[in-house]
Write a protein that binds this ligand. Structure first.
Ligand code: AMP
Ligand code: MG
Length: 703
């Protein structure tokens, strides 16, 4: 089966039109496209939601993306109900019936209780519909369930026994008011089905359909929702979290499991409908939990390996870390340096119309050798003018950037013509199409102009603006805490005793994170003491998405960072075949990734650039970026051990790369002296002056 590229989860509502501020119990759309979650959509009314869904589905299908759109209300009633009301067993006949009966005003007021009452009048005895907003209205709609016999058909559908959704389509009021949702949902669903050509699961053959509608019960991922809400705090809107997590979980369900589950429904589902995900709640929960947190084993290293090559370590990080940030939409002016959350497509071609590339004269067709004389119109075409029509055989004055007039496809440079009263003359040949820029020669409408995961540059803003894009969906910044560890550390400017040194790593790392467009959070210093450090990490875990520590990362007595991470489980001491860089301690503290860098400032900076930088970018939602270097003749000589990669502080002078005189890991002056790093590959041993070596400027690391 073809996988679904876009998954939509709709949290429906039977209520009145909601206010402009996003709130719970309104309609929410969770959308995951090609694995990335979009900002959930808040819809104030059913009409808004219907429009938004129609637009979304048509956009997705135009772009060739297959859509699974799920709704949180029943698509059918218990067996027997439909026949009694419509004379048919076909659920779509009932959908048509509801579409004809239900009225739904712009403000959300509607006639659902009247329709329920009318339905009750079709049956002998009391019910089956019950529950209403006013006890004294609608006499044929009982206020309570007592006395309803449910003898013609069951109170609930078969699938409702399977899931814990204990709701009945006949209950019109008091939570869970599923009955109202169905009545206020089916008309919309029926229209959307017509407008988009969607296939409805499990009523129709859905295997090859471009758009599939299915019924879902969001309660299946309650566990994941609870844990996310506990993390995110009170300001989060439950419905919003729920639709997003569920869309993400469905999108991550392996396609074979999805197909299996969609195929595996009993015959009764053809009439009653079925709840997608009813039997696989644990699986969906696990997927949703995984989305909301980092994989537990993301820092585990293969057993028995002593020295991991740099590239292998990087590949592991790349494969195991997922974005943890949410998204927001910002105007272009605020988008530079931010990470695009979705692919953005051109709203309009560039150029939108053919236009002239020079100041000159336009006419139709090319010219052969010889002298040419064109009568000249008195009008002219300048940039911004609406194109006029030039009669055949005439020329017109055109200025750079003007849309070429109708009847013109060729422009001659003004320097090449002689202008006389009422006509122009020039010599020599000119090819048809000269000096005219074709419409869309740069970008066509619908082309991707900004790829998801890209860090937006000033040049991107030009492209976005030129193609009519005014806002982009970007990732919220990753919050990264920085903590220095060591009893010897003092803040610069504070008094010291002998044996103490100033904390150099923290200001460096905080500034580095700010340059990388993360939200740097200063966590201060922690002593070499396990409880103190634990308290610091505990406090930090609630307020940041990742933590960088320096010091205490190896396996000595005072290396408490690695000891604590080990104690917490899910941690790896990474012995990487690299210099500088003693073991790195990578682990999770309360599900927050911790990068335990070595204490030596040189090693701390190099490890931060080589490992923490790409890993944090990935957590932030950016594409994996390899820092680009180039080969430059060496101005130095060096012997090194084969089998490990080395990074040297370096800079280019007069076309050759020089390295800092000392390789000492504590030589902070060398960091400041350098303008980049020389990267010596694992096999390299003997480097002589003039040999080409790889130089990576700090700019390539984003500094
Ligand atoms: P550690 O990794 O904790 O064994 O520290 C290695 C070396 O780096 C020791 O000489 C520390 O004093 C030094 N060091 C650790 N943290 C910092 C820091 N934040 N600023 C400057 N030097 C540090
Ligand atoms: Mg230390």
């Amino acid at each position: 089966m073809r996988p679904f590229d876009t998954v939509v989860v709709v949290d429906w509502s039977a209520g009145k039109r909601a206010g402009p501020t996003p709130q719970k119990d309104a309609i929410w759309l969770g959308i995951t496209r090609e694995g990335g979650s979009l900002e959930p959509r808040y819809c104030r009314s059913r009409r808004d939601a219907e429009q938004a869904l129609e637009l979304l589905i048509s956009q997705e299908t135009v772009a060739g993306r297959r859509v699974l759109c799920t709704f949180d209300f029943p698509f059918g009633y218990p067996t027997g109900f439909t026949r009694h009301v419509t004379g048919s067993d076909d659920p779509f006949v009932l959908w048509d019936w509801f579409e004809a009966q239900i009225t739904d005003a712009e403000d959300g007021s509607n006639n659902r209780y009247d329709v329920a009452e009318n339905l009750n009048q079709m049956f002998d005895g009391i019910g089956p519909f019950w529950g209403k907003s006013h006890e004294d209205s609608w006499p044929d709609l009982p206020y309570r369930k007592a006395g309803i016999s449910f003898d013609l058909f069951a109170e609930k559908r078969s699938c409702e026994g399977l899931s814990k959704a204990a709701s009945s389509c006949f209950q019109m009021a008091f939570p869970p008011t599923v009955g109202g949702q169905v009545m206020m949902g089916l008309p919309t669903l029926n229209r959307l089905r017509r407008m988009t050509g969607a296939c409805v699961w499990p009523f129709e053959t859905w295997h090859d359909a471009d758009v599939v509608f299915a019924e879902i019960w969001p309660g299946v991922i309650e566990k994941a929702v609870k844990s996310r809400l506990a993390q995110d705090g009170a300001e989060q809107i439950r419905d919003r979290v729920q639709v997003q997590l569920l869309a993400d979980a469905l999108a991550r369900l392996p396609v074979s499991r999805l197909a299996e589950h969609m195929t595996d429904v009993p015959p009764i589902a053809r009439e009653e409908g079925w709840i997608f995900g009813a039997g696989i709640s644990d699986e969906l929960n696990a997927l949703a939990v995984a989305v909301s947190s980092v994989r537990n084993d993301c820092f585990a290293l293969p057993q028995g390996v002593h020295w991991t090559p740099v590239d292998e370590a990087l590949t592991m990080l790349r494969e195991r870390l997922l974005p943890v940030t949410t998204t927001e939409t910002v105007p272009l002016a605020q988008a530079t340096g931010r990470i695009a959350a979705v692919d953005v497509t051109a709203m309009r071609a560039n150029p939108p119309l053919p236009n002239t590339a020079v100041d000159g004269y336009g006419f139709a067709g090319g010219c052969g050798d010889g002298t040419h004389r064109w009568p000249l119109m008195k009008e002219r075409a300048a940039a911004g003018d609406v194109p006029i029509t030039v009669p055949h055989g005439m020329a017109i004055r055109v200025l750079t950037g003007a849309a070429v007039p109708e009847g013109v496809d060729t422009v001659i440079l003004q320097e090449d013509v002689t202008v006389e009263e009422g006509h122009i003359t020039f010599h020599g040949s000119l090819k048809q199409g000269s000096n005219v820029r074709r419409a869309g020669e740069d970008v066509q409408a619908g082309d991707v102009v900004l790829a998801s995961g890209r860090i937006v540059t000033p040049a991107d803003l030009a492209l976005l603006a030129a193609t009519g894009v005014s806002h982009v969906s970007v990732r919220k910044p990753l919050r990264v805490g920085v903590l220095s560890t060591g009893d010897e550390l003092v803040e610069a400017g504070e008094p010291t005793t002998s044996g103490q040194i100033y904390d150099a790593n923290r200001p460096m790392l905080l500034a580095m994170l700010a340059r990388l467009n993360h939200q740097a959070v200063d966590l201060g210093r922690a002593p070499d003491d396990r409880d103190g450090l634990r308290a610091k990490l505990d406090a930090a875990a609630g307020q940041v998405d990742a933590i960088i520590t320096s010091g205490g990362a190896s396996a000595g007595d005072e290396d408490h960072v690695s000891a604590l991470l080990e104690e917490a489980g899910a941690m790896g001491i990474w012995r990487i075949a690299m210099k500088p860089g003693r073991p790195l301690a990578l682990g999770l503290w309360r599900e927050v990734p911790v990068f335990g860098l070595p204490g030596n400032p040189v090693a701390a900076m190099v490890c931060a650039l080589v490992f923490a930088r790409p890993a944090l970018a990935q957590l932030a939602g950016a594409e994996w970026a390899v820092p680009q270097g180039f080969d430059v003749p060496a101005a130095f000589e060096k012997r090194k051990k084969a089998g490990r990669r080395e990074y040297l502080r370096a800079r280019i002078r007069e076309g050759r790369v020089e390295v800092f005189a000392s390789e000492g890991s504590g030589r902070i002056s060398g960091l400041s002296w350098a303008e980049g790093l020389v990267e010596l590959s694992e096999p390299a041993q003997d480097i002589r002056a003039g040999d080409l070596v790889r130089f990576i400027p700090f700019g390539s690391f984003g500094l």
